[in-house]
Design a protein around this ligand. Structure first.
Ligand SMILES: N[C@@H](CCC(=O)N[C@@H](CS)C(=O)NCC(=O)O)C(=O)O
Length: 222
């Protein structure tokens, strides 16, 4: 039995929802915002989401959980069988997380919630995103998928990281991140047309007002 802790607006949570949907693996979702309560920290040591409770214990970190659920079924492999090709996918996943998702995240409050970010941070993030997207462009294929002709976990990370990062870049810096990686815009469109991705996006839209209200309260009290 698998229990997924997270909420439908979280991009990392949605990476796992897509992984589960593609693999055809059943799970139960417990709606959870990131929090530092004693109860949740006993489940998830960081208090972040997502976390996956399994019969053997809890797993955290989205890339790790994706690898775990990929091994649960033969359907729609997220990593190639060949060990080198699989390592290449993991390399791309890590590049997207470290050099695109994480820098962009530093500006989420201003881009999405109207809470300003320091100008120095914005300068750093702008440069980091430019470098990150250029690096990804050199390492990735985008013909048509991130790692080549086959869909992989790198596409899941790309979809739910570069969408937010490109919004940050557009809103705060008036920069089109996709211009730095030929083929990336077409891939984003293709991925967003997948029925599983459309369903996840509908759930995200439905969950957004409650998350906005929750954040408003959180920002008020901080
Ligand atoms: N490296 C983690 C990142 C997860 C993460 O940052 N999740 C966000 C929600 S999208 C969160 O919990 N943020 C709250 C926090 O950082 O305390 C993963 O791969 O799962």
């Amino acid at each position: 039995m698998l229990t997924l802790y997270g909420f439908d607006v979280s991009n990392y949570h949605n990476m796992l929802k897509l992984g589960f949907a593609l693999k055809g693996v059943e799970y139960t979702q417990v709606d959870t915002y990131p929090n530092q309560t004693k109860e949740y920290l006993q489940i998830c040591p960081t208090g972040k989401v997502p976390a996956l409770k399994t019969d053997h214990g809890v797993l955290i970190e989205t890339n790790v959980i994706l690898e775990y659920i990929d091994a649960m079924s033969e359907k729609n492999p997220l990593y190639p069988k060949d060990s080198f090709e699989s390592a290449r996918v993991k390399e791309l996943v890590k590049m997207i997380e470290l050099y695109i998702e994480l820098p962009a995240r530093r500006c989420h409050t201003e881009a999405f919630w109207g809470v300003p970010v320091h100008e120095n941070t914005k300068k750093e993030v702008k440069r980091a995103l430019f470098n990150g997207m250029q690096s990804l462009s050199r390492a990735a294929s985008f013909k048509p998928y991130v790692a080549g002709d086959t869909f992989s976990a790198a596409d899941i990370f790309f979809l739910y990281s570069v969408d937010l990062a490109s919004s940050v870049a557009k809103k705060l810096f008036d920069v089109d991140l996709f211009e730095h990686a030929p083929g990336s815009k077409e891939l984003m469109k293709r991925l967003n047309e997948m029925p599983e991705v459309i369903a996840i996006s509908e759930a995200r839209k439905a969950a957004t007002p409650a998350f906005h209200a929750y954040l408003k309260e959180a920002f008020k009290s901080s």
